[in-house]
Design a protein around this ligand. Structure first.
Ligand SMILES: [Zn+2]
Length: 61
């Protein structure tokens, strides 16, 4: 999955979730990866084996 921890200037753990369809990224400053995934889902992202942002999710496949 295109999700990883990235360095953050705030010192908090930050997860970067990258869309498979475009260059859009979502940053989540939460402790657990599962929390980052939940945050992305709440934001309209598709978090399956393929990660898609809300915009790409709307495109016909
Ligand atoms: Zn996208």
């Amino acid at each position: 999955m295109a999700i990883k921890v990235v360095p953050s200037s705030t010192g908090r753990r930050t997860w970067e979730i990258r869309c498979s369809g475009c260059d859009r990224r979502l940053l989540c400053s939460v402790r657990a990866q599962s929390s980052a995934v939940a945050t992305a889902r709440a934001d309209g992202w598709v978090m399956n084996e393929r990660i898609l942002c809300p915009a790409c999710e709307q495109l016909p496949r």
